[in-house]
Design a protein around this ligand. Sequence first.
Ligand code: FES
Length: 259
Amino acid sequence: MTAVIAIIVIAVALLVVAAVFFVLGRRDTTRAVGTLSAETKSRDRDRRSAELAKQTTDVEAWTPPTAAEIGVSRRQFLNRGIWSMAGLGALGFGAGLVSFLWPRVSGGFGSKITLGQVSDLKAKIQAANGFYYVPEGQLYVVNYPASALPKARTTYQPAELAAMEQGLTVLYQKCPHLGCRVPPCLTSQWFECPCHGSQYNQVGEQKRGPAPRGMDHFSTSVDGGVLTADTGAVIQGAPIGTDTTGQEPAGPHCVSGGE
Ligand code: FES
């Protein structure tokens, strides 16, 4: 019995010693592993630092781009914007001007219009009952009697007489009173304005109404028997009281003329 107790005591003692050794050994191992881990971390840190330093030296420091590199500075952009707007405005103005002047350079109203051969024009006047209308020139071509030429030569300008000498005259359709278009009256064979009743004989001389003068003429020229009217050159109508033809109304008036 004593021997058994001694064996148990020895076994317990051995277990205690083994346990102590085990614990101490583990502490050393943990300490060694911790030391190893710290060394590894340190090495990693060093390696990263080295890489970062290398990257830092590889990447150039950022500097803002210069105006030349950008190409357009704010001021330049503003200046170019202003000039662009001014250019567009000038372009629009130029287009408007060309549009306004276009008839003068394309043969419409405001330019010289070739009316045709004098003989052809007389035929057209007859076909139109005494008043040949040319819409693009806003004008009428009518006969001018040869018997009235002596008076005409003392009344009208050479630019009007050019057509009159050929037996024609060219009248602007616009009433000298307030600008209405004056239509012919086929029964009276006069021009009679529907707006305020001004009346003119067949060659546009004022007879009645508020108009301050006769109907205006266009400058004319004849070349090779061809009559041309310059609708850019208006010649004011003859003064009130001018009556080179003595033409009386051929029939009833179309409007009641103001006396
Ligand atoms: S506009 Fe022709 S009479 Fe007044």
